[in-house]
Design a binder for this molecule. Structure first.
Ligand code: B12
Length: 216
């Protein structure tokens, strides 16, 4: 069944519950929408609008990390309900594939996990390779999944050695088929331009830059 006018207020309420991080409400609205026969993708789109809204507020310093964390929690709980239906539905066009991890020598994962949720909310297909990830693992995973992007989170300065090797190795195995994006305390726009890759100041910036590079 399509969206249908009568589901619009419910979709709007779902979006707002995600924005406000009211996960019990989000779960209830998702269940209501599912029982009305609304397509899983339509439900996902409503939640994604909420996630991106809070991501944008964080980027503009109108919201702070705790707000984003509860928003993500509501999103993840709602997503869990519709995930089987999303996987079963015929895919709508090609999704961008992103291999995402924190570089070798670095165990920080909060930023990476936020990026992952924001990317999933943006309908990118994310392959999370974890933390302390060797260059070879990033590159091999990019080959295995035919990745459009490799995303490297790098917060500690010693991680930059590994980041450079990752860039090199991904290029060796993937040429220009895979673009590389970076973020985190140890990275900078200057480093990205030196390496010919893309710097993202936060997850929201990442979504926008990816969309503009791939003209989605
Ligand atoms: C929390 C924290 C920790 C926690 C990590 C918990 C965890 N599970 O991640 C703990 C206490 C374990 C920790 C450990 C250490 N930490 Co620490 N840590 C921090 C702190 C305070 C916050 C990081 C964080 O989570 N921020 C919140 C998230 C949401 O922000 P974020 O990571 O920046 O991510 C956002 C953006 O940067 C961007 N982004 C990030 N990655 C990516 C990737 C892509 C692809 C994209 C698109 C975007 C993107 O999007 C994210 C969301 O919007 C930072 C300070 C700082 N300013 O970063 C220090 C900091 C990173 N830590 C630091 C250090 C030194 C360490 C230790 C080495 C300390 C020690 N001596 O043991 C160890 C690390 C050991 C190791 N080998 O990794 C230093 C690094 C300094 C440097 N230049 O090397 C910092 C900068 C603190 C400081 N000022 O000294 N740390």
């Amino acid at each position: 069944m399509g969206v249908g006018g009568e589901s619009e207020p419910l979709l709007e309420a779902l979006k707002n519950s995600v924005i406000n991080g009211m996960s019990d409400e989000s779960v209830k609205y998702v269940n209501d929408l599912v029982s009305k026969g609304v397509a899983a993708q339509t439900i996902l789109d409503a939640m994604a609008k909420g996630v991106l809204h809070v991501g944008e507020q964080l980027s503009n310093k109108q919201a702070f990390l705790p707000e984003l964390v509860i928003t993500f929690d509501a999103f993840r709980k709602g997503l869990a309900i519709i995930e089987p239906a999303l996987k079963a539905a015929p895919s709508q066009g090609k999704k961008l594939k992103v291999v995402l991890g924190t570089v070798e020598g670095d165990i920080h994962n909060i930023g990476k996990n936020l990026v992952k949720t924001m990317f999933e909310a943006s309908s990118f297909e994310v392959y999370d390779v974890g933390v302390d990830v060797p260059p070879e693992t990033f590159a091999k995973k990019a080959v295995e999944v035919d990745a459009d992007l490799v995303g490297c989170s790098t917060l500690v300065s010693p991680g930059l050695i590994s980041l450079r090797k990752t860039v090199e190795r991904v290029r060796e195995l993937r040429g220009d088929k895979t673009k590389i994006i970076i973020g985190g305390y140890a990275t900078s726009p200057q480093l990205a331009s030196e390496l010919g890759i893309i710097y993202c100041k936060d997850a929201y910036d990442g979504v926008n830059k990816i969309r503009s590079v791939f003209k989605e």
